[in-house]
Design a protein around this ligand. Structure first.
Ligand SMILES: Cc1ncc(COP(=O)(O)O)c(C=O)c1O
Length: 418
């Protein structure tokens, strides 16, 4: 393949510059042996990176009465959930499926906080049967459903803790989620009819916020709203903390947030328990999607790379317009080219990356899509009818399979073949 004459960038023969541009999470030799061993495409998670993020977030919040719950909506692989368990975190569940995965990973019902939306009666009963005892409900109607369910529920609900997801238009615009402060008295009345109190306030700012001040500036308002609940015991502050996918741009400052929040909670006359439930912020950086180049063509000075994965395997860049850095694993690239990285279907949105800066690539070269630990595999689907990749857990140089690669059988599972 003839490479055109005018690259976007010429790289000096300087390894520091190359490694900064490449920003590899692990060595090309290791990437190569993983692909040879497990096949391509492949989700790879690094336990040391994940443990590091968990410790960093945990140590950033000095407030003594703090509990961390990992939001499994972002990644439901039970082997990863076990790492959170071993570091003393619990699970935040958005759905009954999140709870199921948490239980399968070894968490007890008490270590799972449910803060989801719109359960039907069977699901509400199931959540209680599974032993989940902290529920942050989203509407008065879900509270009324709880009232109905509890009447015929045979288990012990004495340890049930109820919270409300907050909808305060001054703090979160246009949110469908939550209960507004003027509805609190009615909520308290319904809870009382079950013999319970509203003890929790749950605040979720919306996902992917990198500006620390967007959180610190509203702590006082959230606390004031919590005080409207006469039996207030815990504050669940989300969720929604950002991750810097553009590595050179602003990153959420956990230390600043932790200091501010702890300082304000410590000033309260009553000891309030704090729950923090990070999703993407804790798990995004530990995941890389490895893939191989299957086609190369040039349109003028632009390189069009076809790879053996698709937006069915990683929907964020195409469906949600999110940026994920793509690297090649070449040892000493000399030049970078404007490059589109395209999936292995003709779907018009099947781009894993547009206008990337990559070396001139060849068939069988490897690429890595970085920071896909959150909303990566979890949001993959069978759209485009390509089975999903395998998942591997990397512990320094040793590795093991934590989810099998799917085969075509998965496309007809549950279909009735007459
Ligand atoms: C209540 C709640 N907490 C936490 C999360 C995780 O969000 P993020 O990945 O933005 O931290 C979600 C995501 O839907 C959520 O709804």
């Amino acid at each position: 393949m003839t490479v055109p004459a005018f690259p976007l960038i010429n790289i000096n023969d300087d390894m520091t510059e190359i490694s900064q541009i490449q920003n590899r999470p692990f060595s090309p030799q290791l990437a190569n042996s993983l692909l040879s061993y497990y096949g391509s495409p492949l989700y790879v998670y690094q336990s040391d990176l994940l443990n590091h993020s968990i410790s960093h977030i945990t140590s950033s919040i000095p407030y003594a009465n703090t509990f961390f719950q990992f939001a499994t909506v972002t990644n439901g692989n039970t082997e990863l959930l076990k790492l959170f368990n071993s570091q003393g975190w619990g699970v935040h569940a958005n759905t009954p499926g999140d709870i199921y995965l948490g239980l399968k990973a070894g968490f007890s019902g008490e270590k799972i906080v449910y803060s989801g939306s719109n359960l039907n009666p069977e699901e509400m009963a199931q959540v209680l049967k599974w032993g989940v005892r902290t529920l942050n409900l989203d509407s008065l109607s879900q509270l009324e459903l709880l009232y109905k369910i509890h009447q015929s529920f045979s288990g012990d609900l004495s340890s049930l803790k109820l919270g409300l997801r907050l909808n305060e238009p001054k703090l979160i615009k246009d949110s469908r989620i939550g209960v507004q402060p003027q509805e609190f008295p009615e909520a308290i009345k319904i809870a009382k009819s079950i013999g319970l109190k509203i003890q929790g306030l749950h605040f979720y700012r919306g996902t992917g916020t990198n500006a620390t001040q967007a959180f610190t500036q509203i702590i006082d308002d959230v606390i004031e709203i919590g005080k409207l609940l006469p039996d207030w015991e815990y504050l669940d502050f989300g969720g929604g903390f950002g991750y810097p996918y553009h590595h050179d741009k602003i990153a959420f400052d956990w230390h600043e947030f932790g200091q501010e929040l702890s300082h304000k909670l410590n000033k309260l006359s009553k000891a309030i328990k704090l729950i923090i439930e990070p999703g993407r912020a804790v798990i995004a950086n530990c995941g890389t999607l490895l893939a191989k180049v299957v086609s190369v063509k040039w349109q003028g000075n632009k390189q069009i790379i076809g790879v053996d994965t698709t937006v069915g395997n990683l929907s964020v860049p195409s469906v949600h317009g999110g940026y994920r850095k793509i690297i090649s694993w070449q040892e000493k690239p000399q030049s970078l080219w404007l490059t589109d990285v395209c999936g292995n279907t003709t779907y018009s949105r099947d781009y894993l990356g547009k206008n990337c800066q990559l070396p001139a690539l060849e068939i069988d070269d490897m690429i890595g899509i970085l920071d896909v630990g959150a909303y990566g595999y979890a949001m993959s689907s069978h759209f485009l009818h390509r089975p999903r990749p395998a998942e591997v857990l990397l512990d320094k140089e040793s590795h093991r399979l934590i989810r099998k690669r799917e085969d075509y059988q998965v496309l007809i599972d549950n279909q009735i073949l007459a």
